[in-house]
Design a protein around this ligand. Structure first.
Ligand code: HEM
Length: 507
């Protein structure tokens, strides 16, 4: 993880030299230690000025009321587009508004509820194969099975987005069809950082115009170019297959995967839909995999929480090996399992998988009354705001799921219903503002997949913790501040997350 020394200025002129790291971790200290009125200005190593937005009032302006006055920086867009698609994540202005309106119905909670069964089935399959590996290890050398849970998490979340997002049959994933295997290996390559990524980063900032970047003859650049083309070919095949399935007499018109719902609402050409699918594949699997990795990590460190969670899971849910259950999984999980819900919420708060994101003022504007000229670079830091003591109290940096249990039970609110969500979150966890949690951001550019990912995380965690006991394979990993994190849009330990897994009989 690269560390940069930065000169830090708060708006009232106090200067402090701090270390900042791009995963947003050290920025936690900035929010607490540098006195500020909502904006903290700093200079990066290349002497570029950035402003961190800290208070709920300032965040509300950048994310909600003036959202379209702040765009994604060009350098971020250029870097992400080939792999993450030219879709809703990177669109701006009216184009973004139209795409968001068209896609929103597919992500509404009423649709996501219908995906619980599918998500459960995929998680159960994955847990069943893990059970086989764990049992085999204990038979051979009577040792707990040790594996990197972050690699496992990446695979299972790709399974889920492939099936629940793209409507591919579960069988094709079980049999590891060719498209799926190619996707798996492409994302592995794309998300594994290489030295040449740094060279491309430098060329992008200082040296080359945007149009010239794809032609740089570096091995890594050529590899990414090929990956981008293959990803688009796969998405085109998926869309054509889905369209022809939907046109056939025998088609199951009730399928609720995101691609089917998006196709049924119309509004995109084939090429546009390809870009959206790429976006969902990238935005929708590494993020949840990161959350799941941290969830297993923190439960491995806290056996009491793990046992309490397992008890709740075993009381309310059938085991993954039981044949088709009849219970309404969405109702059980969302309404009857407060501790599961609290653990997931706290994981998403404490370990915000997207630790930092950037904006650039598109016009001359202001934040909290301070003039902000067009072109000003802005940093929004979920990892810092989610740990801000002025919002969360003195235990902001303690992992404590109980903070979500202390209020009277809240009804399920569709997170994409901004008005209801703000009202509900205000009461949540005793914070004074909805903007105290930035995991999915807020406003018109908030994560459209948050209902999907919250449900997915709860289901994956339930099937895993219901079945197994987890412990850290290496106790030196206990102090999370010492873990080296991967650079990139999401942050996970560079060397994976090795855990000991033991089967707990009875479920
Ligand atoms: C724990 C899991 C997830 C986290 C923490 C997360 C976080 C985020 C964040 C912070 C953003 C805003 C980025 C920015 O504007 O700078 C975002 C946007 C987005 N996310 Fe997620 N995400 C998660 C899961 C998902 C899933 C499962 C999907 C799709 C199935 C998804 C699809 C998207 C899309 C399409 C956007 C762009 C929305 C827009 O600009 O209108 N995300 N996500």
């Amino acid at each position: 993880m690269a560390l940069f020394n930065l000169t830090m200025l708060n708006v009232s002129g106090l200067t402090a030299l701090i270390q900042i790291n791009m995963a947003g971790i050290s920025l936690k200290n900035v929010v607490d230690k540098v006195k500020n009125n909502g904006l903290v200005r700093y200079r990066t190593v290349i002497n570029a000025e950035r402003i961190i937005v800290t208070t709920p009032e300032a965040l509300a302006e950048v994310l909600t009321t003036k959202s379209y006055q702040f765009k994604k920086p060009d350098i971020v867009v250029t870097a992400l587009k080939p792999i993450a698609g030219d879709g809703i994540l990177l669109a701006e202005g009216d184009q973004h508004k139209t795409q968001r309106r068209t896609l929103l119905p597919a992500f509404a909670y009423r649709h996501i509820k219908e995906l619980y069964g599918l998500m459960w089935e995929i998680s159960s399959d994955a847990v069943t194969s893990l059970t086989e590996a764990v049992s085999a290890a204990s038979k051979i050398d009577r040792q707990p099975y040790i594996t990197d849970i972050s690699t496992w998490a990446s695979k299972v979340t790709l399974d889920i987005i492939f099936v629940a997002g793209m409507g591919q049959s579960v069988d094709s994933v079980r049999d590891q069809d060719a498209k799926y295997r190619t996707l798996q290996s492409i994302y592995k390559t794309v998300f594994t950082q290489q030295r040449q990524d740094l060279i491309m980063f430098i060329l992008r900032i200082w040296v080359l115009p945007r149009w010239a970047l794809p032609y740089v003859p570096l091995k890594r650049n050529i590899e990414l170019g090929k990956a981008a083309k293959t990803l688009r070919d796969i998405c085109r095949q998926l869309i054509r297959q889905k369209k022809s399935d939907l046109e056939s007499e025998l088609a199951d018109k009730t399928e609720k995967d995101i691609l089917t719902v998006s196709l049924s609402y119309g509004g995109f050409t084939e090429d546009e839909l390809i870009e959206q699918l790429l976006t969902f594949l990238v935005a929708g699997h590494e993020t949840t995999a990161t959350a799941l990795t941290w969830a297993v990590y923190v439960l491995s460190k806290n056996p009491d929480m793990q046992t309490r969670l397992r008890d709740e899971i075993r009381t309310h849910l059938r085991s993954p090996s039981s044949p088709n259950g009849t219970e309404d999984l969405a109702t059980v999980i969302d309404n009857n399992m407060p501790y599961l819900h609290a653990v997931c919420q706290e994981v998403l708060r404490y370990f915000a998988p997207v630790p930092i994101t950037f904006r650039e003022a598109a016009v001359n504007t202001s934040i909290s009354g301070t003039p902000i000229p067009a072109g000003t670079q802005i940093a929004i830091v979920p990892r810092a705001t989610n740990h801000d003591k002025s919002l969360w109290g003195d235990d902001a940096r303690v992992f404590n799921p109980d903070r979500y249990l202390s209020q009277a039970k809240q009804p399920h609110v569709d997170p994409l219903d901004e008005v209801a969500h703000v009202e509900n979150s205000k009461k949540n966890a005793g914070t004074r503002s909805n903007y105290a949690t930035l995991t999915f951001l807020h406003g018109p550019r908030s994560c459209i997949g948050q209902s999907f990912s919250k449900s997915e995380l709860a289901i994956l965690l339930a099937t895993l913790v219901g079945r197994f006991e987890f412990a850290l394979a290496d106790e030196s990993m206990r102090d999370e501040t010492k873990l080296k994190l991967r650079r990139g849009a999401t942050n996970r330990p560079i060397n994976g997350m090795n855990v000991k897994i033991t089967l707990i009989e009875g479920w």
